[in-house]
Each structure stands twice: as structure tokens, then as C-alpha cells.
Design a protein. Structure first.
Length: 52
């Protein structure tokens, strides 16, 4: 019985794999990540003293 179930699962996988591979739309699997341009911030000098 165990070998029958194993054979059934393997044959079903082999028979349905091509149909499933052709049915997937590859354009929607990953999102398009677009980031805005970073804004440059003005450089300022810190007035605190180091060590305090």
C-alpha cells in the first residue's frame, strides 16, 4: 500500500508539473522596488564637546 501511494504521488507530480509551470505568470511573483532619490541634508557642526 505504501508503494502504491508513493507511485501515485510521483506520477501525479510528473503529470501536473508542466501544466503548473506554464500557468504561472512570472511578472507578478516579485514586487517592483523603486526608491525615491535621497535628499541631501546640510552638514552642520555639532556644538557639544567630546568626552562630556
Amino acid at each position: 500500500m505504501k508503494t502504491f501511494v508513493t507511485a501515485l504521488v510521483l506520477s501525479a507530480t510528473v503529470l501536473t508539473a508542466p501544466a503548473m509551470a506554464l500557468g504561472i505568470d512570472m511578472s507578478n511573483l516579485t514586487r517592483n522596488l523603486s526608491f525615491p532619490e535621497p535628499v541631501s541634508e546640510p552638514v552642520t557642526k555639532d556644538q557639544s564637546k567630546a568626552g562630556k
